[in-house]
Design a protein around this ligand. Structure first.
Ligand SMILES: O=c1[nH]cnc2c1ncn2[C@H]1C[C@H](O)[C@@H](COP(=O)(O)OP(=O)(O)O)O1
Length: 246
């Protein structure tokens, strides 16, 4: 009898432990575990720019590679009738709380361009037969010494009248609500106090080297001049303590 009771108690306990494990499991990285380390916080000095030869070399192409893309439309319409942002630039709020660009890891056997167009469809529901990223849209590639990953970056210009439709369509993407928590526009102007607008936007937390990719692209695409970028960076406010509910 005692043996029967002990065995029943053990069965109940193991059931409880299994339930607890599965409850905890719901909160872990699950299938993301193997790639989760790539998303850990970065330092600017971990990135080195790759030359065209290095990008195509066996040494770097055999590493883990990821491609991301800045979607933008030039415009000449003032915001509030005051600020001229010159372009609508899209970024996204990611599942991990960081701001980044649409894109992702290149699968084994896949080339970079195919991977990026696939990710743009999955994350943005982008019609990649109309808006297709090609090698000509390449902006810059970096290698992270700390994470052993190559990050390739592209920029795709779309007509001004299409950008809103692209944003709206992204709400129905496969990854919306899971990997992607929303598309955002970058405020590309500095307000009268000298800090709100783009300088304040740059104080957010960005995934990987996406902050650097944004600034490099704005210059390469002639959306902002080098001098304008320098003055924005000089105006970036130091983070202040934010209000809490208690
Ligand atoms: O926008 C980005 N710019 C530079 N690096 C990025 C960006 N987004 C992510 N990353 C880094 C850090 C990530 O862990 C890896 C993989 O990218 P991710 O988009 O998360 O990949 P999957 O969609 O999960 O394939 O690249």
């Amino acid at each position: 009898m005692i043996f029967y009771r002990i065995s029943r108690h053990l069965k109940w306990k193991s059931g409880l432990l299994k339930k607890m494990a599965s409850d905890t499991g719901d909160r872990t990285w699950g299938h993301l575990a193997s790639t989760e380390s790539y998303g850990r916080p970065s330092t600017a000095d971990e990135y080195t720019e790759l030359t065209k030869e290095e990008i195509n070399s066996e040494h770097y192409s055999s590493k883990t590679n990821a491609c991301h893309c800045l979607l933008f439309a030039r415009k000449n319409k003032k915001t509030f009738g005051v600020y001229n942002p010159r372009a609508t630039v899209l970024m996204q709020m990611r599942f991990d709380g960081y701001i980044g660009f649409p894109g992702g890891l290149v699968d084994s056997g896949e080339d970079q361009i195919t991977a990026l167009n696939r990710e743009l469809l999955e994350e943005m529901n982008l019609d990649t037969s109309t808006y297709k990223v090609t090698e000509e849209n390449h902006i810059v590639s970096h290698y992270s010494t700390k994470k052993n990953i190559c990050l390739h970056f592209y920029a795709l210009e779309v007509p001004e009248e299409d950008i809103k439709k692209i944003e709206v369509k992204s709400l129905s993407s496969k990854d919306h609500g899971s990997e992607v928590l929303g598309v955002i526009q970058v405020p590309l102007y500095t307000m009268g106090d000298g800090v709100r607008g783009f300088p304040t936007f740059l104080t957010h937390s960005f995934i990987g080297n996406s902050r650097m990719q944004l600034l490099i692209s704005l210059k390469k695409l002639n959306i902002l001049t080098e001098d304008e970028i320098t003055s924005v960076l000089n105006a970036v406010p130091t983070k202040t303590t934010t209000a809490t509910s208690s």
